[in-house]
Design a protein around this ligand. Structure first.
Ligand code: GUN
Ligand code: ZN
Length: 429
C-alpha cells in the first residue's frame, strides 16, 4: 500500500444539488480534509476522523484555507489566449477582426505548442484543473493541446474546430476533411490517459449543412463522445442563421436536423432561446454552458440562469477565453452573480461554487472522476486563501459564516487567492 497524505483545511462539499435544494445541500467543516492515495481521494471527513483512521499518513495542514475541487471550465478556446481582451467589437466583427487571424497561426505546430502550454499554465495558476476547449481547424492544434495536458497530467477535453464556410481561406476545412480529421484525432486521443475527444462544429454559420451532417454521422458512430458548439449567443447571429438555414424551425433545429442534438451535447451561451428550443434541450438532457464574462464583454445578453435551472436544465459554467475576459473561474462566478442580479435574482455562493466545480463536471459527464472530491475520485484540488488581498481580508474578517467568508473571494478574488493546486495528488503550484 503506497503512502497516504491527509490535506487539512476548511472543507465544503455538496450532498445534493444546490440549484435545486439551495444552500442546505452544502456540507461545511471548519476543520476537515481529504486523505489522498495514488492520486485519488481515499476519504473525506473531519480532521479528527482522518487522523484517527490514517495514523501513519503524512499530514499537509493548510490552516484556514478552503479546500475545493479544482475548478472546471466547461467552454474555452485555448487558441484565443494571446488575443484575450481585444477591444471594441461584437461577436461577428470580433471573430473576423481578432479571432480568425489569430487562429490561422495554429497550423504552425510550434506556435500551437507554445500557446497550449501557456494556456494550461495560466489555467492551473487560476485553479482550473480541467477544461473543455475548442482547438482550431488544424489537427496540429489538437495534438498540441492534448500533448501539453498530458505532460501536466491534466484531465482535459477538446476537439478540432470544424468550419467550411464564412471564415477566411486558410481557416476552412471541408465536410469530408472535417469528418476524416476529427475521426483520426478522436482515434488518437479519446481515452488516452486523461484526454477526452469532443466533436466540435464551431457553429451553424461557419458550417454547411453537409458538414453538420458529416459530424452528426461521426457522433452517431461515437455516442460516448461529447459534442460542443455555440447556440444563440447574439441576436445578429440568430438572424444570420435564419438566413443561412431558411428551412430550420429555429437555431437549435439547425443542429437537430443534422444529428447534432443529444444528451452528450454542450451548447455554449444559449442566451436567446425560443420556448421550443428550451423544451427540446431539456427533453434530451443536453448541457447549456453559461459564459458570463464573455456575455458582458462581447455584449451578448443576460443568460436566464434561474429560469433554466427551475425548468431542470443541466447548466455548466465557463470562461469562454478569449471572448471571455478572464482566465479565472472566480471572476466568472462573480460575473454570473452580476448577470443574475440584472435579472433580479441573487445566486447564492453555494450555487456559484457548485457551478464552477460539480455542476460543470456534470455538464461534461465527468462528475464521477473530478469536481467533487468524493472518495474514489481523482485528487485534483485547490486551496483558496479567503484573505488573499487587503481588500478581501478586511471584509472576510467580519464574516459570520462560511458563505460570508467565501463570497468576497468569489467577487474580488483572482489567481492570488489560489494558494495551492494539486493534480492527481501532485502539487503543481
Ligand atoms: N461563436 C462562434 N465562435 C465563437 C468564439 O470563438 N467565441 C464566442 N464567444 N462565440 C463564438
Ligand atoms: Zn466559445
Amino acid at each position: 500500500m503506497s503512502d497516504i497524505t491527509i490535506h487539512l483545511g476548511q472543507t465544503l462539499w455538496f450532498a445534493g444539488d444546490p440549484m435545486v435544494e439551495g444552500p442546505e445541500a452544502a456540507r461545511f467543516d471548519a476543520r476537515g480534509g481529504i486523505a489522498v492515495q495514488d492520486g485519488h481521494v481515499l476519504a473525506r471527513g473531519t480532521a479528527d476522523d482522518l487522523r484517527r483512521d490514517f495514523p501513519q499518513a503524512r499530514v499537509d495542514d493548510h490552516g484556514k484555507a478552503l479546500i475545493l475541487p479544482g475548478f472546471i471550465d466547461a467552454h474555452v478556446h485555448y487558441p484565443q489566449t494571446a488575443m484575450i481582451a481585444s477591444w471594441g467589437k461584437r461577436l461577428i466583427d470580433w471573430l473576423n477582426t481578432y479571432t480568425f487571424p489569430e487562429e490561422m497561426r495554429f497550423g504552425d505546430a510550434d506556435y500551437a505548442a507554445e500557446i497550449a502550454g501557456r494556456y494550461l499554465d495560466l489555467a492551473l495558476s487560476h485553479g482550473t484543473t480541467t477544461m473543455c476547449s475548442y482547438c482550431t481547424i488544424h489537427p496540429e492544434s489538437v495534438d498540441a493541446y492534448f500533448s501539453a495536458a498530458n505532460a501536466r497530467g491534466m484531465r482535459v477535453l477538446g476537439g478540432k474546430t470544424c468550419m467550411d464556410r464564412n471564415a477566411p481561406d486558410g481557416l476552412l476545412d471541408t465536410a469530408q476533411s472535417a469528418y476524416d480529421d476529427s475521426k483520426a484525432l478522436l482515434g488518437r486521443w479519446h481515452g488516452q490517459g486523461r484526454a477526452s475527444y469532443v466533436i466540435t462544429p464551431r457553429f451553424s454559420p461557419t458550417s454547411t449543412p453537409e458538414q453538420l451532417s458529416a459530424l452528426g454521422a461521426l457522433w452517431a458512430e461515437h455516442p460516448d463522445c461529447l459534442m460542443q458548439t455555440h447556440l444563440s449567443e447574439q441576436t445578429d447571429e440568430i438572424a444570420w442563421v435564419r438566413g443561412l438555414y431558411p428551412e430550420a424551425r429555429d437555431y437549435l433545429d439547425t443542429y437537430e436536423a443534422h444529428g447534432l442534438l443529444g444528451a452528450n451535447g454542450l451548447y455554449g451561451h444559449a442566451i436567446h432561446l425560443e420556448p421550443r428550443e428550451r423544451d427540446r434541450l431539456r427533453e434530451v438532457d443536453a448541457a447549456l454552458i453559461h459564459c458570463p464574462t464573455s456575455n458582458t464583454f462581447i455584449g451578448s445578453g443576460l443568460f436566464d440562469m434561474a429560469g433554466l435551472a427551475a425548468e431542470g436544465q443541466r447548466v455548466g459554467l465557463a470562461t469562454d477565453t478569449g471572448g471571455g475576459s478572464s482566465f479565472s473561474m472566480l471572476r466568472t462566478m462573480a460575473a454570473a452573480y452580476e448577470i443574475a442580479q440584472l435579472r433580479g435574482v441573487a445566486l447564492h455562493p453555494s450555487t456559484l461554487l457548485w457551478l464552477a466545480t460539480e455542476g460543470s463536471a456534470r455538464s461534461l459527464r465527468i462528475a464521477d472522476r473530478v469536481g467533487t472530491l468524493a472518495p474514489g475520485s481523482e485528487a485534483d484540488f485547490i486551496t483558496l486563501d479567503l484573505g488573499s488581498t487587503p481588500a478581501i481580508a478586511q471584509r472576510s474578517a467580519r464574516a459570520a459564516d462560511i458563505w460570508e467568508a467565501v463570497f468576497p473571494t468569489i467577487m474580488m478574488g483572482d489567481d492570488r487567492a489560489v494558494s495551492g493546486v494539486w493534480v492527481m495528488g501532485e502539487r503543481r503550484r
